[in-house]
Design a protein. Sequence first.
Length: 456
Amino acid sequence: MEENSAPKRRQFSLSAVARFLLLGVVAYTLIAAVFSFVFLKRIETQANFTRDVQIPLILTQTRNAVKIERLSSLVRSIFLAKDRRLERQIQLQIQALAQGFSFDHNGFLVERSQKVADEAKTIAKLRQQARDKGSSAQPSPSANPIDARVIDELDRLATQAYERAIRDLDAMGTQLSGDAAVVADNIASEIQNSAGYMQVGWLLILIVPGLFAVTILIAAKHHLAAPIGAAIKNLERIGRNEAVLTLERLPLISELAMIDAAIVAYGQVSDDLHRTNSILQGLAEKDPLTGLANRRTFESYLAAVLTRPAISSPGVAIMMIDIDHFKSVNDTFGHLAGDRSLVAVANVLTSVPWHNHLAARYGGEEFVVVLEECSLEQAIERAEWLRRSVQELNIETGTGPFLRLTASVGVAVANSVSDQPPDIVARADRALYTAKKNGRNNVQVASLDMGISKAG
């Protein structure tokens, strides 16, 4: 309804002005009509150009940005993949995405996307060669050092191909950002040019008697200058990565309303891209295999917990958890079974019957849990619960009977605010070492005199 009413209000305003001016000086009426016609036609032309050319270009850039993000995710996936069938599926998806850039007639994106597809193919080929070498060297890979060096060289070449692909994707993203800036600058220039013509026109109109001048200036301020100024400010806010502001009232001129809507849409697209980047940054704080927090997130979380005003009783405890004989799982049942084992243990950590904790993958087959508002007795009880839960797991190997796991757990409790993250982690790690030394599949508790020195 608002879109339909805008042209009627604009036409009624111009007709009323024309009829009012006809009662005065005919020359003034003609000049005002000619100026209004030319100015509105210019705005209409610019609005049509924005609608027919610039908005489709913005949408194309948005689609390309999404495709580049998808390509980056797929390249990382094929680099981390351990299965030939999965690598083949990812490679086909990358090739399909790369071919999609050809429809946009952007030679740079087409060339770089094809390079990315070629690098993905190279990564898959090198990974397969490494697996072939690795399978030929089993069951004792150390028996042939030459094969080991060949496998390392293949991994190095695959890493280089992955880095080249990432550089190409970064270059594609940089060009898209530059194109978006050019589009925004073009829109701003067009609006500024329109504002310039408007100012010249109003200066001419000021020559007429004061009443007409005041009336026209008031109309210009409310119905032309305000929407154009708001549009320019919105473009400046987009340049500063700030949210665009919506006008309280729609402009009386439909073309200005269209330009304002285009700028608001462009700002929303830009904001969506920034939110996507924030989401990707959040995903970077998690372990891709298990979905748990990664080591960096754990260290930040533990540091934040230990720097709170006071650690009361119950306080803060951590548990270091290590899957026993995990290397033999990979050697006997393969890395796929090993990954299933890690995911199964991670599922245990995410389904614990308590709150105020953070579970993270510390590295390899080691996990860590931070417990807030937890006494030593509660920490031991929860550690035993985790150990029993891991012992009750049945892991599907795909080659025979189910795999059974055990875990060793080291527990350490923060005793005061003077405890630093490295101190409590070292105590828990020492307790974990004691648990393994004592036959594994047990829980050991760290004490303050386990060789950990404190500053100050």
